[in-house]
Write a protein that binds this ligand. Structure first.
Ligand SMILES: O=C(O)CCC(=O)C(=O)O
Ligand SMILES: [Fe+2]
Length: 290
């Protein structure tokens, strides 16, 4: 039962339980309340496309308010000043003043949310392509995350020699009780502003009812920003079909004016071949997930 072949065909939420490194004693398996999985499977989200190219999708009710609170509670004791992940390791930078907490993917609720994200990704992820450890980010008054992209400028190499990158991002607003603090994409024009509308801002307001707004950069109207609303999420694609990073997805967490904003980063990873050409460094059956 504990072979990789079995793992590949199992739903994502069970894969962790069966990994070769985990204890296969059934008694040691942490079980989730039935409600966690049933609410997970029968998700209630709806979607609206903000931009087709690059692809940016607004997701209403990606989590329930209860799930959002439970996710925050799960990471509560692990918040640390935020770092960024670079080619040379983790770094503290002035441009990111929030605090962050990792969320263990083995927690049933976290697995549930990752399963939801995997289902959303449809056929774009293979069963062996996994998610980075999800991350909570918390901002208090004045805290922000300056313009950045979520993908690495060059693909990362896993311990098997495989190249990987963050193909897409979900940013989920888990607590939106704040002023300002929008997630801002200066290079993404919402579709309605490119239509021949006499007042694209009014049209945007009408379409998204205040959830999605025109942004402003150096005094000029530019791009799009998303208001933190508990349970809602923004999804976008970072890496194009050729495996190259799309700089148009540059974005920022604007400074929070007051109150508190908590978000959750979910980063699906895709593989982009092997570091040393096409040859795997290890035999295929020895490959373990990262
Ligand atoms: O806080 C936000 O609105 C965006 C956060 C973000 O982009 C990130 O953590 O990578
Ligand atoms: Fe980001």
């Amino acid at each position: 039962l504990w072979t990789d072949t079995v793992q590949e065909v199992l739903p994502n939420r069970f894969q962790g339980y069966l990994s070769a490194s985990s204890n296969p004693e059934p008694a040691s398996i942490e079980t989730a309340p039935d409600t966690a999985f049933s609410s997970c499977e029968s998700h209630k989200y709806t979607t609206e496309i903000v931009s087709l190219d690059p692809l940016v999708i607004y997701i209403n009710n990606f989590t329930t308010h209860q799930e959002a609170d439970e996710l925050i509670a799960a990471g509560e004791s692990d918040f640390q000043p935020s770092y960024i992940s670079t080619n040379t390791g983790l770094q503290r930078v002035q441009g990111r003043t929030s605090s962050s907490a990792p969320l263990s993917p083995s927690l049933p609720l976290v697995q549930c949310i990752l399963t939801r994200a995997r289902t959303f990704m449809g056929s774009t992820l293979s069963p062996t392509e996994r998610f980075s450890t999800p991350q909570l980010v918390r901002y208090e008054r004045g805290q922000k995350y300056d313009l950045h992209t979520d993908h690495w400028p060059s693909h990362q190499v896993d311990d098997q020699g495989r190249l990987f990158n963050r193909v897409a991002s979900f940013f989920v607003f888990l607590r939106g009780e704040c002023e300002e603090g929008e997630t801002y994409f200066p290079e993404v024009e919402p579709w309605s502003t490119s239509n021949s509308e006499s007042d694209p801002d009014a049209r945007l307001e009408k379409t998204f009812k205040g959830k999605v707004l025109r942004g402003e950069y150096k005094g000029e109207k530019k791009g799009v920003k998303f208001k933190p609303i508990t349970g809602n999420a923004v999804f976008w694609v970072n890496i194009d079909a050729k495996g190259e990073g799309d700089g148009r997805l540059i974005h920022a967490g604007l400074p929070v004016g007051g109150g508190e904003k908590v978000g959750m980063n979910i980063w699906p990873r895709k593989f982009y071949g092997w570091e040393d050409g096409s040859e795997p460094r290890v035999k295929k059956e020895e490959v373990r997930w990262v």
